[in-house]
Design a protein around this ligand. Structure first.
Ligand SMILES: Cc1cc2nc3c(=O)[nH]c(=O)nc-3n(C[C@H](O)[C@H](O)[C@H](O)COP(=O)(O)OP(=O)(O)OC[C@H]3O[C@@H](n4cnc5c(N)ncnc54)[C@H](O)[C@@H]3O)c2cc1C
Length: 372
């Protein structure tokens, strides 16, 4: 854990931490480029513990925990902190939307005008000598909004390939954007239940949530091999037969998001390929088969779970794309780390964009950087 702390400081550019000993430098490089399996084998013996930690190396990606670079995915997921506590993730009271609401409120207090439900059809540019400069956006309803700068938090695919006309970007830059690998094997479930899961290994003692409900609950993955098999299935175009499930129950701590006694459960599930070799995610039977396999797996650990389900929403990679404009759901693997997300050498040197004009700086903030 101390190593995680040093390495995360390095990644955010903490000068003191950059003065690493040779040993720590080797460990850092190993984290960045090695397979997660190698990192975990180095530090731990228990298969179950390694598999539990390894799910954080696979999450959000289509990579195996034996793939080079998956060590970084693991580091990425444990290096954060909340209120000074390292490696801790938090729930947002009122649900994730409360973050956007708070940002919007703060922006409006500072004089910003917010317009919602307004899809951008085009980012407008004009030619200025060798550059294309951004002049604003065109909304789907035909409204033109003039601006000196446009910040986009849509994905690079949406921003640079759909919203900006091709001729406005340098070929080299566009080529890099086009080569971004968006494959992700994650499906998200939002489940409403009428009672808390009752885990066989830690049975409920009352109807109130216990510590076993507060954190991230890892279900299914009991060995590194198991996670790898689940990934191999997805690589061949099939949803994993025994998926890897991370369950969280935000309502166990946040009473504002469900009626008394009822709960909201989030399932982060891997692996589900964007394109299936057989069938289609739009098919009801394909969806039902996969959701049933997830619920049956949970049932093995928490008998009675399936019958407690009041309703659920299932978001496969194509659903995440359709509902949120989230292209594929970009892979966290190391070839997309730091400055490797489509920046041209010219931009790295000069710290600003060319041709894409000032829009590029904002766009770089998201899509190119802000993944989970
Ligand atoms: C399944 C899943 C689970 C996750 N779990 C977690 C988690 O537990 N914790 C965590 O911290 N992070 C998590 N993340 C990551 C987190 O969701 C993202 O990091 C975060 O949403 C990024 O925020 P954003 O505002 O940059 O982009 P987004 O939330 O992707 O917002 C981009 C917005 O742009 C809009 N848009 C796209 N195109 C247009 C257009 N043409 N015109 C107008 N608007 C447009 C989209 O509709 C969307 O609202 C998860 C992500 C996924 C996919």
């Amino acid at each position: 854990m101390r190593s995680f702390s040093i390495f995360s400081s390095c990644l955010v550019g903490n000068r003191e931490a950059i003065n690493l000993s040779i040993c720590n430098r080797i460990d850092l490089v190993e984290f960045l480029v090695a397979p997660a399996s190698k990192v975990l084998d180095h530090w731990f013996e228990s298969d179950i513990l390694k598999a539990t930690l390894a799910t954080d190396a696979a999450i959000g990606s289509m990579a195996s925990i034996y793939s080079p670079g998956s060590g970084y995915v693991l580091l990425h997921h444990v290096m954060g902190e909340t209120n000074g506590a390292r490696g801790i993730w938090s729930y947002v009271e009122g649900g994730m939307g409360a973050v956007s609401t708070a940002l919007g409120k703060a922006a409006m207090e500072l004089g910003a005008t917010l317009v919602t439900n307004a899809e951008v059809n085009q980012i407008l540019t004009r030619e200025d000598y060798h550059n294309h400069l951004v002049t604003g956006v065109l909304l789907n309803d035909g409204t033109e909004v003039k601006a000196k700068a446009v910040l986009s938090n849509a994905t690079p695919y949406v921003t640079f390939q759909k919203l900006i006309s091709e001729g406005a970007l340098p070929d080299e830059y566009l080529q890099k954007v086009k080569s971004i690998d968006y494959r992700s094997g994650t499906t998200k479930f939002n489940v409403a239940v009428n009672k808390l899961p009752n885990f066989s290994v830690c049975p409920n003692t009352s109807e109130e949530p216990g510590v076993q409900h507060f954190g991230t609950i890892h279900i299914g993955a009991e060995s590194l091999t198991h996670i790898d098999v689940a990934c191999q299935e997805a690589w061949s175009g099939l949803p994993s037969q025994r998926p890897i499930i991370e369950m969280t129950i935000p309502s166990s701590l946040d009473k504002t998001i469900s009626p008394p006694g009822q709960h909201v459960i989030n399932l982060f599930v891997q692996y589900t390929p964007y394109e299936l070799k057989v069938g289609d995610w739009r098919s009801c039977s394909v969806r039902k088969k996969f959701s049933s396999s997830c619920f049956s797996l949970i049932e093995e650990y928490a008998p009675g779970f399936t019958s407690s389900i009041v309703d659920y929403e299932m978001l496969t990679p194509p659903d995440l794309e359709q509902v949120f404009g989230l292209t594929g759901h970009v892979d966290l693997i190391s070839n997309l780390m730091l400055t490797s997300r489509g920046e041209t050498d010219e931009r790295r040197e000069q710290g600003e964009t060319r041709k894409g004009g000032r829009a590029g700086r904002g766009q770089e903030g998201k899509g190119l950087g802000g993944r989970e």
